[in-house]
Design a protein around this ligand. Sequence first.
Ligand code: ATP
Ligand code: MG
Length: 205
Amino acid sequence: MAQKKRIGIMGGTFNPIHQGHLILAEQAREYCGLDEVLFIPSGNSYMKPSDEILDGKTRISMTALAIEDNPYFALSTMEVEREGATYTCDTIRELKGLNPSIEYFFIMGADAFFIFEKWKNYNEILANCILVVESRDEKDTSQLKEKAANLQKKYQAEIIVLPERKIDLSSTEIRNRLKNGESVRYMIPDKVLSYIQKNRLYYIR
Ligand code: ATP
Ligand code: MG
C-alpha cells in the first residue's frame, strides 16, 4: 500500500510573516518527512485584538510572496474566506473532510503549545493530527518536553518536539521596529519588505 501523504499545517496570523515562521516550517518538513507544508493565514482571531491586525487579503499577499520559491510550501486562504472567528478545529475538520486519507501535522511554536488546552475542541485536533512543536524562548525546552509527555499520556496524543532551535523573532517585534523606523532587513524576506514599503503598511510613511 502506498504511504499516506503527509501534510504540515502552519497556521498563524502572519502579521507579517517572518523568517521564524519560514524556518519553523522548513525544519518541520525535513524532520517529519512532510510532502508539503500548507500555510494558512488566520481570519479574525478571537485571541488577539483586531485593530493591529492587517486584513486577510494583505496578510495572504505577504505570505504568498514569502513562500513562492519553496516548492514544498503552499498557501490556503480557507481561514480568511471563512465567515466569523478562526478556529483550528474547523480548519482541520474541513481538510480531513476533503481528503480523509492524508496524515496531517499541525506545526506550532512553544507559546501556542503551552496554551493548547485553551483551544476550542483541542481534543478533536489531537485526534486528527500529530502536533509538531518548536521551542521559542530561553526557558521553554525542558518545560516543552514535559508538557508534551504530559499531553501524550493524558490524551494519547501524538506530539513531536523538534530539535531545539530558538529563533528570537516575532511579528510584534517586526511591527514595532517598522513603527520606529528601524531595520527589519533579513528578519523578513526581501520581497515581503518591499511589499510593506510599497503599500506603506505598519506605519511606513
Ligand atoms: P505576534 O507577535 O503578532 O503574536 P508571532 O511572531 O507570534 O506574531 P504568529 O503568527 O502569532 O507569529 O505565529 C504563528 C505560529 O508560528 C505560532 O505557532 C507561533 O508559535 C509560531 N512562531 C512564530 N514565531 C516563531 C519563532 N520565532 N520560533 C518558533 N515558532 C514561532
Ligand atoms: Mg504569536
